[in-house]
Write a protein that binds this ligand. Structure first.
Ligand SMILES: Nc1ncnc2c1ncn2[C@@H]1O[C@H](COP(=O)(O)OP(=O)(O)OP(=O)(O)O)[C@@H](O)[C@H]1O
Ligand SMILES: [Mg+2]
Length: 372
């Protein structure tokens, strides 16, 4: 028993000493720290043996042999620790190189290697790099749409303004053949410009985060009915049928004007992109996902499909496809590419999502909102 106590005392003393040295040199390299661990381990064994030699009644010869074995084992342990430390240092150097390259180029491309903790740091850096790449890409797309917005808005305002000026000059000079038609045309152009300015104003409020929402529980069916009442004349003029059903139990807590606008924008787009004799289908249902009750509204058209590369851009501000694809809007004139950006802004302000995918023979816009 006393042998154990003496050995424990000596080993603990060396351990405490090792801890103190380790603490004082804690900021040094792995190489040093791992070697220190090996040295402390072996030294505490040697100290235990030396301390208990007398209590074990070892002869001088045996004591010398035990000491020799300890020294050889110590050398092997220190060599092993140094090799492991060199491998860890190499991995951490690679990690540092990768991080430096990441800082310079914004991309982390180093292969994960070494102990699991270092591999986890490398994986975290790779994830951050991917997120950075995504947000940079988004930023570039936003910048592009901002530039497009300015050029399109100025074009869209210049064209009707030039027309208005020509018509007012003709009326002023009394050279208009059919003044009544001129007045109607002027009214249409002014309405379109007012709509565009209203949309721009709404978008700027959405982007500034100051959109005023007054949510109240309501049936999705009522909102759809209201939006359809407004779209019906346009659909009739375009010879497009409006169909589909909305479940009665699909209740949402939303701003009535905002949600009506969402439905109206989607339905008007769908009508505008569906050929005559085609059909637009509006569907609403309640479902449960991940233990949460949600309400889904979908608007399906027969546009022939949106090119896959365009699918992720349709919600961008001022994006309206290639000029050849941009149809004349119901009610005359091309759109400003603001409708879907407004839809996304309003839906996200309600903690919902809007997505689009192709579904033969057209595409399907799906809005998901928390159920009331
Ligand atoms: N239902 C749809 N089917 C096919 N393409 C669509 C549909 N809805 C939108 N798109 C495409 O997405 C673009 C952007 O739509 P968005 O509603 O934002 O703008 P817009 O309809 O062109 O103009 P407005 O600001 O008047 O709504 C459209 O120009 C069109 O190319
Ligand atoms: Mg639109």
């Amino acid at each position: 028993m006393s042998v154990v106590l003496i050995a424990a005392g000596w080993s603990a003393a060396i351990g405490v000493l090792g801890l103190a040295v380790g603490w004082l040199t804690r900021s040094r390299s792995f190489r040093w720290l791992l070697s220190l661990v090996a040295v402390v381990g072996v030294t505490s064994v040697v100290a235990g043996v030396v301390g208990t030699a007398r209590a074990m009644f070892l002869s001088d010869h045996d004591f010398g042999v035990v000491l020799l074995v300890c020294v050889v084992a110590g050398l092997v342990a220190v060599g092993f620790a140094a090799t492991v430390a060199a491998a860890v240092v190499r991995s951490s150097n690679m990690l540092r190189e990768g991080a430096r390259h990441f800082a310079e180029s914004g991309a982390y491309a180093q292969k994960a290697d070494g102990p699991s903790e270092l591999r986890e740091v490398a994986a975290e850096l790779a994830r951050t790099s991917a997120r950075l790449f995504e947000s940079r890409e988004r930023e570039q797309r936003l910048e592009l749409s901002r530039r497009e917005l300015v050029s399109w808005v100025s074009h869209d305002l210049r064209t009707p303004l030039a027309g208005l000026r020509a018509m007012t000059e003709a009326l002023e000079d009394d050279v208009a053949e059919d003044p009544g038609r001129y007045y109607r045309q002027m009214r249409t152009e002014v309405d379109r410009m007012v709509r565009m300015v209203d949309d721009l104003f709404e978008l700027s409020r959405i982007h500034a985060g100051v959109l005023q929402l007054n949510p109240e529980p309501m049936a999705l069916r009522d909102v759809v009915s209201e939006a359809l009442a407004g779209a019906e004349p346009v659909a009739r003029a375009a010879k497009v049928r409006l169909g589909g059903t909305v479940e009665e139990m699909a209740m949402v807590c939303a701003d009535p004007a905002g949600l009506t606008r969402v439905v109206a924008n989607l339905v008007m787009n769908a009508i505008g992109h569906t050929p005559p004799e085609g059909e637009v289908t509006i569907e609403g249902r309640r479902f449960s996902y991940g233990g949460q009750d949600r309400v889904e509204l979908s608007v399906r058209d027969q546009c022939g499909g949106i090119p896959v590369t365009d699918l992720r851009r349709v919600f961008d501000v001022a994006w309206r496809g290639t000029p050849a694809r941009t149809p004349i809007q119901p009610g005359g004139g091309a759109g400003a590419g603001l409708g879907l950006a407004i839809v996304r802004g309003i839906v996200e302000a309600h903690h919902g999502q809007v997505t689009v995918h192709n579904q033969d023979p057209g595409c399907r816009f799906v809005v998901t909102l928390p159920a009331a």
